[in-house]
Design a protein around this ligand. Structure first.
Ligand code: SPV
Ligand code: MN
Length: 631
């Protein structure tokens, strides 16, 4: 650590950069910047004040240093990550904790001293020959109780260019907060690059997170999920902070559902990867606030949510004009878009799996020059685009962006929706009885079946509480508890819903069409305003047939038959009981300090299911329940 921070910075920075850095009155931030300049030892340093010229400089640097190249549409660029650097590296993402701290078997940890030593060794002189970009961003809207200022150090112009599209600029916010800023810190280096300008030393890829000191280190990687400090790395720091302060950081979309009389009602939604999260955020004729991460705080007797981000780092596979007209249009218009790990065609256009049109005969992708049938060194066929290929755009480029995106107050949160890939247990939509029942039986019990798109066997149920398992920085038991406490401290907590877009019939066919989710969301919207009755089942409230019939007609102009309703909404008692057993076992065997109420609520649900089975048999038509219990 340099002895005299200011003198050190003055010597290492140009006059202009020094002035920009010092305009923020925060000596802790200055010390942080100085410490990592000394350690990483970049050739050049650029401090951005978010002026249009500074932003332009970043954009152009990414082209000049060949981390990105221009595409045929104006403003569009492509970036490639290394062949083995295409996704989050869970194995090498670890929390730095003192030896005595136990975060449970689900969280990957390393002794703080040992981890710091290792990461400092890796960072030593790593930026020699590189330029360091010093950037300021703000998580959540600026000038808001949600704002968390951040400082990002990176030698990748691609990483910080991505952040320009995904986050709110934070230089002014940092200046405003000055000494009082409780900021997050990110140090990233792509490390040595090969001739394709991708990280070379993947074997030394490390992502180490220190929640106490609010700092994250990321080295020898470029993939956004490992490097964009403000995304999943900051999310872990924020969960840690939220737990101490009784608010929530969730892996959730935020969407505005438009109800009668121009009413807009806001919901958050948690879905594991490839389970309809983006499509729920982008549901036609509704408005999007966010597609990935939300902060939720209590104000007065209600909950409010913000999108932590202001852009989308979305999976591009399968995006097509029919299902995703708005994204499709944005991806074909002149604007600032970064494509990553797609296929570049001979005419400098982009191709991805599931795009309309013919498969190009050749091109360039994450493996270099590509032709159909190309295999990697392990003999695996290389797909034209990687299945985790992505697009990065600012939300302002989408026609359906909600005007409340930057509202410093956030949006009033009326409901939270949990959904996973579930072929045989949950009904398509149901409302929990109350906050505790919802958090436990919908959120904390969330499971999702593996798909062909993930490694390993298909159809295996993976436990993923609140779809947040990969990003937890507090033990699961504590995380469930913080969720319970949050809602129970609010007079009018959001209502909780479970949805299932993937229910199948006995023949293995989906019971619903993709577009049906719009009907479920309209029902949910009416429910929170007490505008519609429901049928009480052992697992929650479900829609009445007559209401769905009307909604299907109104929303999709479709006839909805009694048979469809029974097929979709019958209560599957054996499957629901099996789920309770699975979930209970996980909490009993792998989670320390599970709140006891979790077991009680699951037991109550079991009792209700068994009672219904005694009366009606294994599979219960909702019409049978309908007779007696309308609420
Ligand atoms: C996810 O995988 O949930 C993402 C992408 O949103 S990443 O940034 O890789 O986490
Ligand atoms: Mn995500």
């Amino acid at each position: 650590m340099p002895e005299n921070t200011n003198e050190f910075l003055k010597n290492r920075l140009g006059d202009d950069d020094y002035r920009k850095l010092m305009a923020i009155d925060n000596s802790e931030m200055h010390k942080f910047v100085a410490e990592y300049i000394e350690l990483c030892n970049p050739d050049r340093i650029f401090v951005s004040s978010d002026s249009p010229d500074d932003i332009k400089y970043i954009r152009e640097s990414a082209i000049k240093n060949r981390e990105e190249r221009k595409l045929v549409i104006k403003g569009h660029t492509v970036h490639f990550d290394g062949y083995y650097d295409q996704a989050r590296d869970k194995g090498h993402t670890k929390f730095l904790v003192p030896g005595s701290v136990d975060l449970g078997s689900n969280l990957n940890t390393i002794d703080k001293e040992e981890g710091e030593r290792e990461i400092r060794d890796l960072l030593k002189d790593i930026m020699k020959g590189h330029e360091l970009y010093v950037r300021f961003f703000c998580l959540g809207p600026v000038r808001s109780e949600f704002s968390i200022p951040c400082v990002q150090l990176t030698d990748s112009a691609y990483v910080t260019h991505s952040e320009d599209l995904l986050y709110r600029h934070g230089y002014e916010e940092f200046k405003r907060q000055g000494r009082s800023a409780r900021f997050f810190k990110f140090v990233h280096s792509a490390g040595e690059l090969n001739e394709r300008k991708v990280s070379k030393n993947i074997d030394k890829r490390r992502i180490y997170i220190d929640c106490e000191d609010t700092i994250v280190y990321s080295v020898n990687t470029q993939y956004g999920g490992n490097t964009i400090g403000l995304k999943k790395l900051a999310m872990r720091l924020a969960i840690y902070r939220a737990e101490k302060e009784n608010w929530l950081t969730e892996h959730m979309l935020v969407v505005g559902i438009h109800g009668p009389n121009n009413r807009i009602t806001f919901f958050t939604g948690a879905f594991p990867s490839l389970c309809g999260k983006t499509s729920t955020a982008m549901i036609p004729e509704e408005t999007i606030v966010g597609d990935d991460i939300a902060y939720i705080k209590k104000r007065g007797n209600k909950a409010y949510a913000v999108n932590v981000e202001s852009g989308i780092f979305g999976i591009i596979q399968g995006i097509n004009p029919k299902d995703d007209p708005i994204i499709w249009k944005a991806l074909h218009s002149p604007n600032e878009t970064i494509f990553s790990n797609v296929l570049i065609t001979e005419d400098n256009d982009v191709y991805w799996i599931g795009k309309d049109g013919e498969l190009p005969k050749k091109g360039i992708n994450h493996s270099g020059e590509w032709t159909p049938g190309k295999r990697d060194t392990e003999g695996n066929e290389i797909t034209p685009s990687h299945k985790n290929a992505r697009f990065t755009i600012a939300l302002k480029n989408l026609e359906n962006v909600d005007p409340a995106l930057h509202n410093p107050e956030g949006v009033e949160l009326s409901g939270m929706i949990y959904g996973g890939r579930d072929s045989d247990t949950w009904v398509p939509v149901q409302e929990a009885f109350d906050w505790t029942h919802g958090i436990i039986t919908k959120g904390a019990s969330l499971e999702s079946e593996t798909t062909a798109a993930t490694l390993g066997k298909e159809g295996v149920r993976k436990f993923n509480p609140m779809s947040n398992l990969d990003f937890l920085s507090v033990p699961i038991g504590k995380y469930v508890d913080m969720n319970l406490k949050f809602g129970n401290s609010i007079e009018k907590p959001p209502r909780i819903f479970g949805v299932n877009y993937f229910l199948k019939d006995k023949k293995g066919n989906f019971t619903n069409e993709k577009t049906d989710k719009k009907v479920w969301l309209k029902w949910v919207e009416l429910r929170v305003h007490n505008g519609i009755a429901a049928v009480k089942t052992p697992t929650g409230y479900i829609p009445r047939y007559d209401d769905l019939k009307e909604l299907f007609k109104q929303v999709l102009n479709k006839d909805y038959s009694r048979e469809d309703y029974i097929r979709q909404f019958r209560i599957r008692i054996p499957e629901n009981l099996a789920k309770i057993d699975r979930v209970k076992k996980i909490y009993e065997n792998t989670v320390a300090n599970t709140p006891p109420v979790l077991f009680e609520v699951l037991e109550e649900e079991r009792r209700r299911l068994i009672e219904a089975r005694t009366k009606y048999g294994d599979y219960v038509s909702p019409f049978l329940l309908l007779q007696s219990k309308i609420v």
